[in-house]
Design a protein around this ligand. Structure first.
Ligand code: ADP
Ligand code: MG
Length: 342
């Protein structure tokens, strides 16, 4: 008998998750939603608990050459809170698991926890547990976030309809360009250790990649305006890729307006410096941790004057696919080019 060997790269991240979890069944009625969204939904009499986990690996998700440990602890919490907020829920607790090698001192782990504490205090979440173990080499941080919301207020990826308006909560592509900049400066430093990195002029880009924030303010603004988005996701992989998840799960297409996609001037300038198209960076750069959401046309007036609500296009029927209308009026079909680790 020959055993089959399939390379992970043939399936990709999402194909792999689908394949290994396809035989799983849900045993409890309380499990309202399992795999497939930003967080799982567990119901307890109308109130729901949301759960989401993320794993960060040294060398894959962060590089300690330029990622200060305190910022790393902060960011590790933020990326998890962002997934709970993307369900229109409020994060309340986290657990933190770490694997560390003897390369790290107690003081350096304390630095990570200073960042974790800052995020917990800023976002009002409680650290309630975790696990600690040895690692042969690199640093691994895994965080689980737990949140709550009333069942009827939870927003999934699957509720968007053709004609819904698409919004994003902030400018895009800056984190990706911040990362390109750090990588460039790292390379220069490795070749010429006497040269100090020049990062002062690009504080915004550096902050976007090293110290992102989760958009809890947007969830509050939506609640005050009494608006429930029809679908929502947080932008971790990039606009194209994450919008594709909403479209796939809602059974829709989408039309984005190039001239409406917000890009920070610093990001635009850096893209040009790297000979990249700014809109390509905004569409495909990851890790912005902004919220992408769809709103039914009748709710448009309620959010008209809210800060940080950028209209970027409209949902369409599935047969149209995902298109970008360029500033010149041409239509281009978008392909997801999100982060690919495999
Ligand atoms: P996000 O980018 O929002 O963190 P992911 O793309 O990591 O979400 O994951 C997509 C979905 O697949 C989520 O519902 C997540 O819980 C689930 N998932 C990811 N990896 C696994 C795994 N190894 N086993 C089971 N479910 C997984
Ligand atoms: Mg997410």
């Amino acid at each position: 008998m020959t055993t089959q060997r399939t390379e992970i790269s043939e399936l990709g991240e999402f194909g792999l998750i689908d394949q290994v979890t396809r035989d799983m069944v849900l045993h409890h009625d309380e499990t309202i939603l399992g795999i497939g969204d930003d967080a799982a939904i567990i119901s307890n009499d109308g109130d729901a608990t949301l759960v989401s986990t993320d794993l960060l690996l040294e060398g894959i998700h962060f590089d300690l050459m330029y990622h200060p440990l305190k910022h790393l602890g902060y960011k590790a919490v933020i990326v998890n809170l962002s997934d709970i907020l993307a369900m229109n829920a409020i994060p309340k607790q986290i657990t933190v698991s770490i694997a560390v090698s003897n390369r790290f001192s107690v003081e350096s782990i304390e630095e990570i926890y200073k960042g974790i504490k800052l995020a917990c205090d800023t976002y009002q979440v409680d650290l309630v547990g975790g696990d600690t173990t040895a690692s042969p080499k690199g640093l691994v941080i895994s965080i689980t976030a737990i949140g709550t919301q009333k069942l009827e207020k939870i927003v999934k990826r699957s509720g968007a309809k053709p004609g819904d308006y698409i919004y994003v909560s902030g400018d895009l592509g800056a984190a990706y360009l911040g990362l390109q900049l750090l990588e460039r400066e790292k390379k220069i430093y490795m070749e010429h250790p006497q040269l100090q990195p020049q990062l002062n002029e690009n504080k915004y880009l550096i902050e976007r990649i090293l110290k992102p924030e989760a958009r809890k303010d947007i969830i509050r603004l939506l609640a005050h305006a009494n608006v429930l988005p029809t679908a929502m996701i947080d932008l971790s992989d990039g606009l194209s890729s994450d919008l594709m998840h909403i479209c796939k799960q809602s059974g829709t297409g989408a039309l984005l307006e190039e001239d409406k996609v917000p890009i920070n001037p610093e990001a635009e300038q850096m893209a040009i410096e790297f000979h990249l198209d700014p809109i390509t960076c905004a569409l495909n750069g990851g890790e912005d941790y902004e919220l992408l959401f769809c709103i039914s046309p009748e709710d448009r007036d309620k959010i008209k004057n809210l800060p940080s609500f950028y209209y970027i296009g409209e949902m369409t029927t599935a047969d149209k696919g995902i298109q970008l209308r360029t500033v010149h009026g041409n239509l281009h079909e978008l392909k997801a080019q999100g982060w690919k680790h495999f």
